[in-house]
Design a protein around this ligand. Sequence first.
Ligand SMILES: NC(=O)c1ccc[n+]([C@@H]2O[C@H](COP(=O)([O-])OP(=O)(O)OC[C@H]3O[C@@H](n4cnc5c(N)ncnc54)[C@H](O)[C@@H]3O)[C@@H](O)[C@H]2O)c1
Length: 347
Amino acid sequence: MKEVGIGVIGAGAFGEIHSMVYSELPDAKLVAVADVNAERAREVASRYKAERWYGDWAPLLERKDIDAVSVVTPEGEHRDPAVEAAKAGKHVLVEKPIATSLEDADAMIKAAERNGTKLMVGHILRFAPGYVQIKQAIDSGSLGEPVWAYSRRNGSLAQVKRIGGRVSAIMFLGIHDIDLLLWYVGGEVERVYCESVSKEVGRSFGVPDFSWILMKFKNGALGSVETGWGLPEKWADWKSPSDWGAFAADIEVEVVGTKGAAYLDFPPMMVTGCDGEGFKFPDLIHRPRIHGKTEGAIKLELQHFIDCVKEGKPPLVDGKDGRRALEVALAAEASSASRKPAKLPLA
Ligand SMILES: NC(=O)c1ccc[n+]([C@@H]2O[C@H](COP(=O)([O-])OP(=O)(O)OC[C@H]3O[C@@H](n4cnc5c(N)ncnc54)[C@H](O)[C@@H]3O)[C@@H](O)[C@H]2O)c1
């Protein structure tokens, strides 16, 4: 296989990014884009020179020239396109979280197993160089055994406004950090405790402003995730330069092991500017535009998916990994509601 034929299902904010990056990868060909909003599918398809667009994903899956799809629909609408894609023999990269219920995640995993297709989950931090460096330091043994790990992802009101509170910050943002800590610490989580605070976001969107999650691993280690989207809207609200991107999250990681520790701190991401709009900084990590092309974690992630399809190798983050992160996120939501620790596995 010289070039992998790609279909993108869901052409919203992140579906456009997938379409753009595939259109720039040398061994991928963006063939078609589908979205229930046909006009949006047309717009994204023509912008990134896909041959066709559809207002429904079913005809996209019938195409013989499509080998693999990205499913970039809203979080609760991953199952049907992912399962039907596997039945049509297409490999699937599904955005995070894998789904919003374990039943949906299981159906997707089973469909991929039955049809011999790949199922990769878009846990992008596994491709972000700073995060990968910490993982490699852990794997080298130089930090010893992880004792505790902390990861923060606090976004601004703009994010919850954009998606209208269709899922919690735990599912939208914290799922990245949950997957990260599972990757770093390894092994299973036996107990999750979570407290949330609901103020402005809670009143307007019915989901908490911020949540603090504590994970107790079976091997004794502790994991802690802080996530939310109650930072002021102006936190990262600049319009120019247009390719600086608006990476609207306050981020930090700490990993302490028996022999050493590692730290990651993003803002101000090494480059800062200030003009009439105030202070700003470009995204140098996730999807910086460099000489007219997208680089960074998203390119590494999508290239990894293409390599897996071409070379028949298993993805670095598969359906079962996605399910593990989802189970912890669901446990955190349940604990936040009941104010009691939630035991894993969830019934
Ligand atoms: N990895 C990351 O950093 C990252 C960032 C943003 C979003 N995401 C994930 O990407 C996914 C999409 O998020 P988004 O922000 O692009 O959402 P969005 O609301 O901007 O876009 C979703 C698109 O899907 C379309 N759609 C809805 N139901 C559909 C269906 N059944 N079939 C086809 N199209 C359908 C909508 O019309 C819309 O255009 C989510 O899972 C989200 O969590 C990941």
